[in-house]
Design a protein around this ligand. Structure first.
Ligand SMILES: Cc1cc2nc3c(=O)[nH]c(=O)nc-3n(C[C@H](O)[C@H](O)[C@H](O)COP(=O)(O)OP(=O)(O)OC[C@H]3O[C@@H](n4cnc5c(N)ncnc54)[C@H](O)[C@@H]3O)c2cc1C
Length: 334
């Protein structure tokens, strides 16, 4: 992967398409732009490719990507990056798109670091926006000293006693993935009901994972790093000290659509409204993936792939009015 961080005093060559968001939808769109013969740049506020998949569940198996009965999140991102490399994209990682100006024959996007990118079309694949984890209260001192919000590599926690905090999908997914690698796994959740996939909940409840509800974290103990966590039953106030070396706080995350809400884009339910060609209400601006809204929208990776292809092929006739929406078959190109 030829990802490069571009500094604000460097310039970026004008491109046919600027893609904002390097998640699965954006990466696939980059490949498609290359397939159509267009120059492309991909921008992301994160320093790495892959969007939610890399940031939130790189080690999890995904079962519903067409053609792959099961594929690990990071493997999917790596394959998408390899496919996108055929388009030779300019990667602008660590840049958050802040301002968008529509001009007669192009668009200029300025990043929070002052970089201006000029493009004939823009495709917004910003997912849920820039996202950050909800913090575990009063635990800042232990962040990255035993307390983590993401588990990019499961083996980092191998052999440890681990406490997972939360009752949603991420909490249960981490529990299911870690139980065979760790010395012990305890999951605490402040409610008795869970908001996770039923099958995973059942799998975890049937495993050696110790599940405590309705329990909350009272405080973390440790001399510079996590050594133990005091938890309490929030009805009886009964307390228990758990000797753990790692805490995974899976309390959800807050997403910030930020700049996208200020660009004059039509929005519904905090998403960007698109038509069936993935056009937004702004000339030359398309959108695809989790960020879009239309009747019947389903937020899945496979749906984002289809929308990315639709968006790029419809942008093709904006970039080159002599082009056709239908790209021809890729199998004919080899
Ligand atoms: C725990 C979990 C498990 C999941 N499991 C599955 C599954 O099994 N199958 C499935 O199909 N889906 C699954 N999903 C959903 C799937 O991950 C999303 O549908 C998918 O990631 C959407 O891809 P995207 O490219 O549209 O957006 P995202 O993956 O959200 O990527 C958007 C990117 O845009 C960037 N960005 C946002 N705003 C800006 C800005 N202003 N400037 C620059 N960059 C910006 C973000 O940093 C991010 O990298 C799961 C989600 C979670 C959280």
């Amino acid at each position: 992967m030829s990802a490069v961080a571009v500094d604000q005093d460097q310039s970026v060559s004008p491109v046919d398409m600027l893609i904002i968001g390097a998640g699965p939808s954006g990466l696939y769109a980059a490949y498609y732009a290359g397939f159509r013969g267009f120059s492309v740049a991909i921008m992301d506020s994160l320093p790495e490719l892959g969007g939610q998949v890399s940031a939130l569940y790189p080690e999890k198996l995904i079962y519903d990507v067409a053609g792959f009965p099961a594929i690990k999140g990071q493997d999917l991102v790596d394959a998408l990056a390899e496919q996108a490399a055929t388009a030779a994209p300019q990667y602008l990682l660590g840049h958050r798109a802040e301002e968008l100006t529509v001009e007669t024959d192009h668009i200029t996007v300025r990043t929070h670091r002052g970089l201006d990118v000029r493009a004939k079309t823009v495709l917004i694949t910003g997912g849920i926006g820039t996202f950050s984890p909800r913090p575990l209260p009063d635990a800042e001192a232990y962040e990255n000293h035993g307390l983590v919000y993401f588990v990019p590599h499961l083996d980092d926690l191998a052999g440890l006693d681990v406490l997972i905090v939360g009752g949603g999908d991420s909490a249960f997914d981490w529990a299911a993935s870690l139980v065979d690698r760790c010395s012990s796994v305890t999951l605490v959740h402040r409610r008795t009901a869970f908001r996770a996939h039923q099958g995973t909940v059942e799998k975890v409840l049937a495993s050696p994972v110790r599940v405590l509800t309705p329990f909350e974290v009272a405080r973390i103990h440790g001399n510079g790093a996590v050594e133990a966590v005091e938890v309490f039953h929030n009805v009886t106030q009964e307390r228990e000290r758990l000797d753990v070396q790692a805490v995974v706080a899976a309390l959800g995350f807050t997403a910030d659509l930020g700049p996208f809400t200020r660009w004059g884009l039509e929005q519904r339910k905090r998403h960007i409204v698109v038509d069936s060609a993935m056009r937004t209400n702004l000339t030359r601006v398309f959108a695809a993936g989790d960020i879009v809204e239309y009747e019947g929208k389903v937020k899945l990776i496979s749906v984002g792939f289809g929308e990315a292809a639709t968006a790029v092929n419809n942008a093709a006739v904006v970039i080159d009015p002599a082009a056709h929406v239908f790209p021809g078959h890729s199998s004919a190109a080899g």
